[in-house]
Design a protein around this ligand. Structure first.
Ligand code: SAM
Length: 300
């Protein structure tokens, strides 16, 4: 009789404790949570089931995938790039290193934009401009929530626009989101006007880029982060072209960084007459979203 060959298979518990220690030793702050997320995904089970699956032997392909992901995470590659998606407004968006990983505070911008769209009326039949669209997270959600709206979504990065196109298609809004490769608004026809303009452009001070957390600094696209000197260079160029594009009575919404609100208020005052300006704070108390309404009758 041929000698029986017994193949040793690691259990779910073995893999989890290996990955937890591996990531912890490399200084990952959320080592256990990261290990759980990756293991559940590699094995195709819900994360909450892991504690009940400890003694189950992991299937070889899942284990190989998991080990590869853990090594990548050990180099501080963001979890969302490894998984290939990020949840935003309860929807999954494809993300690759070509796009910024959408942040929860950007949901404030979306919420405020929807509020402005309601104030504008027209049953949501609006043309909206989204500048610095990245993965198109903002444009896709606005298009989903406002089924009669049309959105022009601009980015200067062709790689980001490829990801944006996938997300528009996957969420069924590609017919109403028009992606445009442009440095700010250069590629727009001069006569177009929008009643609602949103922008989440880079606003991090160039001098602070090198002290960002490793996973941001080494993996997220610099073009999505670098706001130039003081973090306001790109916003500054953008603001100067807004008057030519914003309808009377229309809304401008910008996401900004900590400590930029006073600069923005002072900068916009001489450029545009706004009848109302306010800042919305994020959960950490930072004035994160600027909302302003241009003077003049809505629909003008
Ligand atoms: C902070 S990310 C925002 C991405 C996405 N809208 C979000 O909220 O997660 C900024 C985006 O602006 C784009 N960008 C940077 N400079 C630009 C410029 N001069 N013109 C157009 N887009 C620009 C970047 O490529 C990047 O996708």
């Amino acid at each position: 009789m041929p000698a029986s060959t017994q193949v040793h298979r690691n259990t779910v518990r073995d893999l989890l404790s290996w990955a937890h220690a591996y990531l912890r030793d490399r200084g990952l702050p959320e080592s256990l949570a990261d290990a759980q997320v990756l293991l559940a995904r590699a094995l195709g089970i819900e994360r909450w089931r892991l504690p009940w699956s400890g003694e189950i032997a992991a299937e070889a392909a899942g284990e190989a995938q998991f080990r590869d992901w853990v090594v990548r995470r050990g180099r501080f590659e963001p979890l969302h790039y490894i998984q290939g998606f990020r949840e935003f407004w309860s929807h999954d968006f494809q993300v690759t290193p070509e796009v910024l990983i959408p942040r929860p505070e950007t949901e404030i911008l979306v919420e405020e934009a929807l509020r402005c769209a309601r104030l504008l009326g027209r049953e949501g039949n609006l043309n909206i401009l989204d500048v610095g669209t990245g993965s198109a997270n903002i444009a896709v959600i606005l298009a989903g929530e406002l089924p009669r709206a049309k959105i022009v979504a601009i980015d200067c990065s062709p790689g980001a626009l490829r990801v944006a196109a996938v997300n528009c298609r996957d969420h069924g809004v590609a017919q109403r989101v028009f992606l445009l490769c442009s440095d700010l608004l250069l590629a727009l026809r001069p006569e177009v006007r929008f009643p609602l303009i949103v922008a989440n452009l880079p606003y991090i001070d160039r001098a602070g880029l090198d002290i960002l957390p490793l996973d941001v600094r080494n993996y997220e696209p610099r073009v999505a982060l670098d706001g130039g000197q003081g973090g306001t260079r790109i916003l500054d160029s953008f603001i100067t072209v807004v008057p030519a594009l914003l309808e009377e009575g229309g809304f401008l919404l910008l996401e900004i960084g900590a400590g930029q609100s006073e600069w923005l208020r002072t900068r916009t005052e001489p450029i545009l007459e706004f009848r109302e300006v306010r800042f919305v704070r994020d959960l950490s108390g930072v004035e994160r979203v600027y909302v302003a309404r241009r003077e003049g009758p809505a629909g003008g």
